[in-house]
Design a protein around this ligand. Structure first.
Ligand code: ATP
Ligand code: MG
Length: 203
């Protein structure tokens, strides 16, 4: 029997992508023996409508720059190309239809998002064709987390080294002239300065 391909999907705004995202994706790849991790920068995510996002094309480019050194990381422009808001359900269904039953899908997410997971659109239907890998991230407590039996069966927790890095902190640092070196790949840092991103605080 041919072994199913194991594919991780890492969604996010990636405004900008940083080592928290990359370490998490790599840890998930290793731990769950994924063949590939696909980074999917969002178009207009439902929960971030108020925050003024950097144009999707630029977030996609930064994600590409950051993932070049990893053979198993690829980037998809699927959400970026869609005009509408993309819910995780829509994205995962599209990947499921693309890969068919030849692949097993794992949605990789940080613990902050897991706390909201029960409110996600069609979460129980999502578990029919997708598992979840939740990275525990410093500052988020999971003690009270209660999932449905269906979700519990498909939800795996994974600890990543304590990386308190966040995109919002990086944006704030750039606006305030603080260093961002070693928080994200150098190419992304250079892209940010070259294109004058995050000069004004918009959070
Ligand atoms: P922001 O500060 O703007 O919310 P962010 O750093 O949380 O940005 P997102 O693009 O919102 O980045 O996150 C994409 C995914 O990566 C989410 O599932 C989030 O939980 C996860 N994530 C973000 N930062 C980390 C980190 N340092 N360690 C592990 N997971 C992370
Ligand atoms: Mg976030």
């Amino acid at each position: 029997m041919v072994q199913k391909k194991r594919i991780g999907i890492m969604g996010g705004t990636f405004d900008p992508i940083h080592y928290g995202h990359l370490v998490t994706a790599e840890a998930a790849r290793h731990r769950f023996e994924l063949d590939q991790v696909i980074f999917v920068p969002s178009g207009r995510p439902p929960h971030k409508l108020s925050h003024q996002l950097t144009p999707a094309a630029e977030r996609l480019l930064m994600t590409l720059l950051a993932t070049v050194p990893n053979q198993n990381f690829v980037v998809s422009d699927w959400e970026e190309k869609r005009e509408q808001i993309s819910y995780t359900y829509d994205t995962m269904l599209a990947f499921h239809q693309h890969f068919g039953n030849e692949a097993e899908l794992f949605f990789i997410t940080g613990a902050d998002a897991v706390l909201e997971i029960m409110q996600w659109r069609r979460i129980d239907e999502l578990t029919d064709f997708c598992s979840f890998i939740a990275a525990t991230r410093p500052g988020y407590r999971l003690d009270d987390f209660q999932a449905s039996p269906k979700l519990t069966a498909k939800l795996f927790f994974m600890e990543v080294p304590a990386l308190a890095i966040s995109s919002s902190d990086i944006r704030r640092r750039v606006a305030q002239g603080e260093p961002i070196k070693y928080l994200l790949p150098e190419t992304v840092e250079m892209y940010i300065y070259k294109h004058g991103l995050y000069k004004e605080e918009k959070n």
